[in-house]
Design a binder for this molecule. Structure first.
Ligand SMILES: NC(=O)c1ccc[n+]([C@@H]2O[C@H](COP(=O)([O-])OP(=O)(O)OC[C@H]3O[C@@H](n4cnc5c(N)ncnc54)[C@H](O)[C@@H]3O)[C@@H](O)[C@H]2O)c1
Length: 394
């Protein structure tokens, strides 16, 4: 995680988090451990619990305690009672800063006004957590500023376009060993994720077809050089069909009816409703055959076979390893810089949900470039002045 490593080096020298107490509820994974180490290097005291009872890696939790001096209250597979007890224990640190992945610490603090006085701010890592925080804010229950760290532009690029773009195709290839070159890959949805998948599929030599319901995005797909057509037509063309819409029943009975023999169906959207699984089961002659790990083959009455990957669940997690560490690196770096920002500007942000400041986005991008060994030019003072002036016209 080279981006975070650079921040850690600076934190170790500047100690911007000296004496800051942090209560964190995050997935206790190696990536989180690198973030916690970075915060500790900056001078913070960190108490960490899980944000999901199933995602804790016990060896990581133990290493953080033994080698880094973090206080960790998490155990893989803990029951919900233990989970909430651990959350309460972490809050006992009397945090200045909270780190959330799902808003559990923030929700606990809404019930503990005695803890509010010390708090300067928090960060939230997931879209679902941000929704929860906004609901708290609407009811006047969010008593401190929280930065929605995952909304940083660079983080979004890494998460959706480059992370999922690559890892969704990685899932398809690992599950099926299909050669993408020369195949027709249909991408449903030309949003952040769909653009990434389309771009990478084309790079692998596939003929890419895009299905969109938003005319602006459909135009963009066409002008980017892809074929654009309705889902029914695309279903009859596709060798590999990947949904990435956030919607439901994108591949439904009407499309299933037209699929080619051997078609591969995968979903990169969050929930397993993008491919209409009941419709697929209803169209098939019987239960599927598991022909490879993560590949279920359904047979249609006329003998055509349809291969469903990862049971219609998100394919980059179900058939590959999820995001590569480089994606987590940028997300964690966004958290570390947001914590520093909250501490430096304490008292200046109003309670409520805040975007990641543009300066942090720029810093993340610069650090990412530096970690890749890339230098870029800056504006000269004359160029800068020209861009901010109005006097000079035609
Ligand atoms: N697999 C992962 O690791 C990962 C990572 C990030 C996001 N996601 C998920 O991927 C999904 C898409 O995310 P996004 O950020 O690209 O969203 P987005 O809103 O940027 O794009 C979705 C696109 O799908 C289009 N769409 C909606 N319904 C459609 C339909 N029936 N047919 C064709 N197009 C349709 C929309 O018009 C939009 O352009 C979400 O469920 C998101 O949670 C997954």
């Amino acid at each position: 995680m080279p981006v975070l490593a650079r921040i850690r080096e600076r934190f170790a020298v500047e100690r911007p988090l000296e004496d800051i107490r942090i209560a964190a509820s995050l997935h206790v994974t190696p990536e989180t451990a690198v973030l916690v180490r970075t915060l500790i290097a900056g001078g913070a005291r960190v108490a960490l619990c899980a944000s999901n009872p199933l995602s804790t890696q016990d060896d990581v939790a133990a290493a953080l305690v033994a080698h880094d001096g973090a206080e960790v209250h998490a155990r893989r597979g803990e029951d919900m009672e233990t989970y909430y007890r651990h959350l309460a224990t972490v809050a006992e640190i009397g945090p200045h800063v909270t780190l959330d992945d799902g808003a559990d610490v923030a929700a606990l603090i809404a019930e503990r006004p005695d803890l509010l006085e010390a708090i300067v701010g928090g960060t939230e890592d997931t879209a679902t957590g941000v929704l929860r925080l906004r609901a708290m804010q609407a009811e006047g229950r969010l008593g401190y500023p929280v930065v929605a760290v995952n909304d940083a532009q660079v983080t979004r690029l890494f998460d959706a376009r480059y992370g999922t773009g690559q890892s969704a195709l990685d899932g398809v290839v690992r599950a099926t060993n299909v050669l993408l070159a020369g195949r027709v890959v249909v991408v449903f949805g030309y949003g952040r994720v769909g653009r990434g998948i389309a771009m990478r599929a084309r790079g692998a030599g596939a003929i890419v077809v895009v299905c969109e319901v938003d005319p602006v995005r459909a135009v963009e797909a066409r002008m980017d050089g892809y074929e654009v057509m309705p889902a029914g037509e695309a279903a009859a063309r596709g060798d590999v069909l990947i949904t990435a819409t956030g919607g439901r029943d994108v591949v439904a009975a009407e499309q299933i009816e037209r699929l080619r023999d051997g078609a591969i169906l995968a979903n990169a959207g969050h929930f397993d409703v993008e491919i209409d699984l009941p419709a697929l089961r209803a169209a098939a002659t019987g239960p599927p055959r598991r022909v490879r790990p993560a590949v279920d083959q359904y047979e249609l009455p006329d003998g055509r076979r349809v291969n469903l990957l990862a049971e219609g669940r998100v394919v980059n997690l179900g058939a590959a390893e999820g995001h590569p560490p480089a994606v987590m690196d940028v997300a964690a770096a966004s958290q570390a810089l947001s914590v520093e920002h909250l501490v430096q500007d304490r008292g200046e942000l109003a309670p409520g949900v805040h975007d990641v400041p543009a300066a942090i986005d720029a810093a993340l991008a610069s650090l990412t470039l530096a970690s890749l060994g890339i230098a870029i030019d800056g504006l000269t003072p004359d160029q800068e002045a020209y861009l901010h002036s109005w006097e000079q016209g035609t």
